[in-house]
Ligand binder design. Structure first.
Ligand SMILES: *Cc1c(COP(=O)(O)O)cnc(C)c1O
Length: 369
């Protein structure tokens, strides 16, 4: 029997970094620090409370969680939002899938600037959308002066901007973002002859790791109704296993996403666990500070070994360049250190681990190179 898989999926492999059992795992940009005992205890207690009513469907709108997330964003970046402008789902990957379901699709274009997150073309493919990739400059910045013309030419329904970008670690400046947003007011699809805006998604999965003085795109939300800022608890928050991502946007955009979300998409257990973790944001943010310091130290160390290191506002570094990056990646793995072979040719990406893991990586690198 031949099964009727959509033709564009035939022969494709599921996405995913290798999950190998080695001593030093620095390949998926997780927070390396396990949750503290008091965080674990609180999560367990809140989940037990939620379990008492698991016979009922969860709060479909996740009102309490969205209010907690709004409060967190306010504490983290000083931007004042209420729950109606925040939306949550199972990881920011699901948020992104929802955004594209609502705004992209057949005959519509999703545009990004590469190298960037390797899931973006797959999101577009899944909704039958077209995908346009525009190359970044040598230093991985976006040539913003060209963007208004490019938007006019491609008329994308959605632009995806990862900032800090994965795999390069580089952030988009707020001035540059403003240029893109100004241009995007009328560059979207015009099905009925009237020009619509392009939805601009700034994917801030690594937002909390940005260096001092680098603003969040959240600061522009009040000026642009077509701006969506996505965040996740998978990276800075040390809760990749929880699967909790979210976005902040105009109320209008959130209400449009609510039309297409599956009913009860976010389980009562996820909502309870996320709220428990959010209550510990202060101690989690101390971990983030430690990771940022370790990142800056590793940047200096790699530079002093003679490597090029892209300036990182994230919890990973892209470094290079290598004639045979696969060979080096393998020799590091042979020494028990798993990093990621990803991004432009000749570069490798390493996540910031615990101090002893970062040291093990540097030692292995000195041997392996
Ligand atoms: C890790 C990552 C995400 C996070 O995805 P989740 O589904 O929230 O775990 C989103 N965007 C980028 C660019 C990432 O690197």
């Amino acid at each position: 029997m031949r099964l009727p898989l959509r033709p564009e999926f035939v022969g494709q492999e599921p996405y995913g970094a290798p999950q190998l059992d080695v001593p030093v795992v620095l390949n998926t940009n997780e927070n390396p620090h396990e949750p503290a005992p008091e965080v674990i205890a609180d999560i367990a207690q809140r989940v037990a409370e939620a379990a008492a009513s698991l016979n009922r469907y969860p709060d479909r709108e996740a009102e309490a969680l969205r209010a907690d997330l709004a409060a967190y964003l306010n504490a983290e970046s000083g931007v004042d939002l209420d729950a109606s402008r925040v939306w949550a789902a199972n990881g920011s990957n699901e948020v992104m899938a929802q955004v594209l379901t609502a705004f992209a699709g057949p005959g519509r274009t999703v545009l990004t600037f590469t190298p960037s997150y390797s899931m973006y073309p797959e999101y577009a493919r899944n909704v039958y959308g077209d995908f346009v990739a525009i190359a970044r400059d040598e230093d991985f910045s976006i040539r913003v002066d060209d963007v208004p013309l490019q938007l006019g030419e491609h008329r994308p329904a959605v632009v995806l901007l990862a900032s800090p970008n994965n795999p390069t670690g580089t952030a988009l400046g707020i001035k540059d973002l403003r240029v893109i947003l100004e241009a995007s007011r009328t560059t979207g699809p015009s099905d009925d002859g009237r020009p619509a805006a392009t939805i601009v998604v700034v994917d801030e999965a690594y937002g909390e790791f940005r260096r001092d003085g680098v603003p969040s795109a959240l600061e522009l939300l009040d000026e642009f109704d077509n701006l969506i800022v996505t965040r996740t608890m998978s990276k800075a928050f040390g809760a990749a296993g929880l699967r909790l991502g979210y976005m902040a946007a105009s109320r209008e955009v959130v209400d449009m996403i609510r039309i297409i979300r599956l009913p009860y998409h976010l389980s009562a257990v996820s909502q309870a666990a996320a709220r428990a973790a959010l209550a510990h944001r202060d101690s989690l943010m101390e971990q983030v500070d430690q990771i940022r310091r370790d990142r800056d130290a590793l940047t200096e160390e790699l530079s002093s070994l003679g490597y090029r290191v892209a300036p990182s506002d994230a919890n990973f570094l892209m470094f290079g360049t290598f004639e045979d990056r696969h060979g080096l990646w393998q020799r590091l793995l042979d020494r028990g250190v798993l990093i990621r072979e990803v991004g432009p040719a000749g570069w490798l990406r390493v996540s910031i681990g615990k101090p002893h893991e970062n040291a093990a990586f540097v030692e292995a690198l000195k041997e392996a190179r």
